[in-house]
Design a protein around this ligand. Structure first.
Ligand code: NAP
Length: 273
């Protein structure tokens, strides 16, 4: 597509953003739909990210995805918001700014796609980590399950997140064996297993044979957590599905059309190779 002075701009905003797969995914969808828009990666490292984001409206941006560490600032910058932590922004024709969070629904879409019967077999969930992604996932899962255990290296963060849900409790990071034994679904949301990050000796042998394990880290696509789960014959789901589905929901908020998530998976896997 040729970029002209009429081309509208979208972006992923974060720090860092150089690793982001969102420009590749969204530009391919824009081309699929013949939309005259371009999607960039904007690194934002200023002192006042909310103000910087708000000022982007003056440049006639159409929309944005927000990643670490600016999701709270994005919600604060908006005229109206559905959540205190936002991953999607849309500038409206009147210049106002709407904020949304598609992470939780994108996570559920990915789980539905990869393991369509997860609801019937999932009563107890273990979430590893208590950061921004864990918060969105916990909120999305809490209404569907009986109990949520949250284990985090820094226990106060697990305590704080668990306190937000009537059916959640924090679990000691040093006693993961017991939590792995009890869980029907285990969601790995920490940085462990990311390329260059530390590894962890997960107590995979303790898992139920029917347990479902999902790692939201997608670089590498096959994390040590997923490799260990597969080696035990457990259901193992990678993080690309969540990335694609949260992005597809953002695309729908901007353009009113749901893009092809299957095509996105093929393209992203090719890029990751
Ligand atoms: P975040 O808010 O910074 O939270 C990071 C989490 O990782 C915290 O729970 C932190 O524990 C834990 N952690 C970091 N290093 C650790 C270590 N060495 N040992 C144990 N725990 C460690 O980040 P986030 O936004 O939640 O993102 C977390 C990961 O999810 C990133 O890899 C990100 O790329 C990925 N992600 C994927 C998707 C997707 O669509 N697939 C979406 C969002 C995020 P402490 O509290 O103890 O520091």
């Amino acid at each position: 597509m040729t970029i002209t002075s009429a081309t509208r701009l979208l972006a992923v905003i974060g720090d860092p953003v150089a690793h982001s797969l969102s420009p590749l995914m969204h530009n391919a969808w824009l081309a699929d739909h013949g939309i005259d828009a371009a999607y960039m990666a904007l690194r934002l490292n200023g002192d006042n990210p909310a103000e910087a984001i708000r000022n982007l409206g003056a440049f006639n941006l159409l929309g944005a995805n927000i990643t670490v560490p600016h999701k709270e600032a994005a919600a604060a910058a908006a005229t109206r918001t559905q959540a205190s932590v936002a991953n999607t922004l849309r500038w409206e024709p009147d210049g106002s700014l709407s904020a949304f969070n598609t992470d939780g629904d994108g996570f559920i879409d990915a789980l539905d796609e990869a393991s369509p019967h997860w609801r019937e077999q999932t009563k107890r969930v273990l979430i590893l980590g208590a950061g921004g992604a864990a918060a969105g996932i916990a909120a999305a899962l809490a209404p569907h399950v009986e109990t949520l255990a949250i284990a985090n290296r820094t226990p106060t963060r697990a305590d704080a997140l668990a306190a937000s849900f009537a059916n959640a409790a924090s679990h000691p990071w040093s006693k993961l064996d017991r939590a792995f034994t009890e869980a029907d679904l285990i969601v790995q949301t920490t940085m462990i297993g990311m390329a260059g990050a530390p590894l962890h000796d997960w107590p995979m042998a303790a898992c139920k044979q029917k347990a479902i394990l999902l790692d939201i880290v997608y670089r590498p696509l096959e994390t040590p957590f997923l490799a260990a789960a597969r080696a035990r014959g457990l259901t193992a789901i990678d993080g690309l599905g969540m990335l694609i589905h949260q992005g597809a929901r953002a695309f729908e908020l901007w353009f009113g059309v749901m893009p092809d998530t299957g095509k996105a998976r093929e393209r992203l896997i090719a890029a990751l190779r």
